[in-house]
Design a protein around this ligand. Structure first.
Ligand code: GN1
Ligand code: MG
Length: 376
C-alpha cells in the first residue's frame, strides 16, 4: 500500500482489532487534515457506550524508521506522566498511545506498514487556522507547557527521526538541488519556469535562513526537546471553553530550538489566512494573535529558557515561514512527493503564501520582539 492511498474498511477493521480497544466497530471515517500520515476516526460501541479512537498509518517514506518515532513518543509521554504523578502537575498536554494485544505502541501489518492508535478526545477540536485570540492563546499555553514539562528531559536520549528537520540552510540546499534536477527533467522543467519568481524571492531572503542555524552551531542556543511541528491544529482544545486538552502529533519530537516551536506555531496560528491562501491580501501576521499566542506560551515556560533564547523567539516565526516556503517549493520541483496535495499547483501556492507571510513578518519583527520582551 502506497503512502496517501485510502485503505479498505476491511483492512482498517483488521488493523484496529490488534489494539486493546473494547467493543465492536460501527463506523470508520477518514480525517484529512494532516499532510503526511493517513488518519481515520474509528467508532466502537460497547453496550450503551460509544467510544472513538484515532487510527493512523505512519508515512514510511517521510519517517524511515517508525519504531524510533514510537520510542520517542513513549519516552516523552512517560516523562510527563511521571512528573505529573510526582508533583501533581497539570497533565493536560499529553496523550498516550494505546497498546496492542502484544503490549507494543504500534502494529506492523503484513505489508510492512506501521499503525498506531489513540483515544479520540470527546468534545475536542483542532483548528487549521485560529478563529480568534482565545484559541491562539490556548494553543500558545499548550506548546509552552509542553516545552516546560520536557525542559529536564535529556535531549540527547531521543532518536533523530528526520535529520536536519529544521536546518533551514540545508532546506535551501535541498531547494537548489531540486531546481537543478528539475531543469533537466522534461516533465518537471515547466515547474521551474512557473516557480521562477518565487525562487528569486526565496533567494533574496537566504540570509535569514542562517539566523538560528549559525547560533545553534555556535552553541549560543541550547538544544532542547522540542515538538518541531507546532501547527495550530496540533493542539486539541475543548470545543466549548477553548481550554487546551492535549498537544498531539508527536512524530517529530526531537532535539531542537525553542525558537523553532515558537516560530512554527506563530506562522500557523497568527497568520490571518490559511497556510495555502491564494489571495495574498489576506496573508499577513495578525499582531493581536501574535500577542495572544505569546501571552499563552511565554508565562507557561516558567522561565525555563535562557535570556538569549527569549531574544530569538520572535525571529523564529519568519525563519520557519521561510523554511516552509522553501520546503513546499522543493516538493513542487520534485513532483509533489512529500506533502499530500489537493491539486497540481498546491505546493506552489503554499510556497508563495508562506513567502508573503515571511515578508510581512520581517516588516513587523521589531514589534514582535517588543511584545516578547514585555512578557519574559
Ligand atoms: C507537515 O503532519 P503535519 O500535517 O502536521 C510537516 C510539517 C509542516 C506542515 C505544514 C513531518 O505537518 O513539518 O510544517 O506539514 N510534517 C513533517 O503544514 O514534515
Ligand atoms: Mg505531523
Amino acid at each position: 500500500m502506497k503512502n496517501g492511498e485510502s485503505h479498505s474498511s476491511e483492512k482498517l477493521r483488521s488493523v484496529a482489532g490488534t489494539f486493546k480497544a473494547s467493543g465492536s466497530i460501527t463506523e470508520i471515517e477518514c480525517i484529512k487534515s494532516g499532510h503526511i500520515n493517513d488518519t481515520y476516526k474509528i467508532t466502537y460501541s460497547n453496550g450503551d457506550r460509544v467510544i472513538n479512537y484515532v487510527l493512523q498509518r505512519i508515512n514510511d517514506s517521510v519517517f524511515s524508521d517508525p519504531i524510533k518515532i514510537m520510542e520517542n513518543i513513549e519516552a516523552v509521554t512517560k516523562h510527563i506522566k511521571k512528573k505529573y504523578e510526582n508533583f501533581g502537575w497539570d497533565i493536560e498536554t499529553v496523550m498516550f498511545p494505546l497498546r496492542t494485544m502484544d503490549d507494543t505502541t504500534y502494529y506492523q501489518d503484513s505489508e510492512g506498514s506501521y499503525w498506531r492508535m489513540y483515544s479520540y478526545i470527546k468534545g475536542g477540536i483542532c483548528y487549521d487556522s485560529a478563529p480568534n485570540t482565545a484559541v491562539v492563546r490556548s494553543v500558545g499555553r499548550a506548546f509552552g507547557l509542553f516545552q516546560m514539562q520536557l525542559s529536564d528531559f535529556p535531549a540527547s536520549e531521543l532518536n533523530i527521526t528526520i535529520p536536519d528537520f529544521h536546518n533551514t540552510v540545508k532546506r535551501f540546499d535541498d531547494l537548489a538541488n531540486a531546481a537543478h534536477r528539475a531543469k533537466d527533467n522534461p516533465v518537471l522543467k515547466p515547474r521551474v519556469t512557473k516557480a521562477a519568481d518565487l525562487l528569486f524571492s526565496l533567494i533574496s531572503y537566504r540570509k535569514l535562513a542562517f539566523t538560528l542555524e549559525v547560533a545553534k552551531k555556535a552553541g549560543i542556543l541550547p538544544l532542547r526537546v522540542t515538538h518541531n511541528d507546532t501547527k495550530c491544529n496540533n493542539v486539541m482544545l475543548d470545543e466549548n471553553t477553548n481550554e487546551s486538552l492535549a498537544v498531539i502529533d508527536l512524530d517529530t519530537v526531537m532535539p531542537g530550538l525553542c525558537a523553532h516551536d515558537f516560530g512554527d506555531a506563530v506562522r500557523s496560528g497568527a497568520n490571518n489566512a490559511a497556510e495555502d491562501e491564494r489571495d495574498f491580501s489576506k496573508v499577513y501576521l495578525d499582531l493581536e494573535k501574535f500577542e495572544a499566542f505569546s501571552e499563552g506560551f511565554i508565562p507557561a515556560l516558567d522561565h525555563n529558557i535562557t535570556e538569549t533564547e527569549y531574544k530569538t523567539l520572535a525571529v523564529g516565526a519568519p525563519v520557519i515561514a521561510l523554511e516552509l516556503s522553501a520546503r513546499f517549493a522543493t516538493d513542487y520541483l520534485n513532483g509533489d512527493r512529500y506533502f499530500k496535495t489537493n491539486y497540481p499547483e498546491h505546493n506552489l501556492d503554499r510556497a508563495r503564501s508562506q513567502m508573503v507571510l515571511t515578508v510581512d513578518m520581517m516588516k513587523k519583527l521589531d514589534k514582535m520582539e517588543h511584545i516578547v520582551k514585555l512578557l519574559q
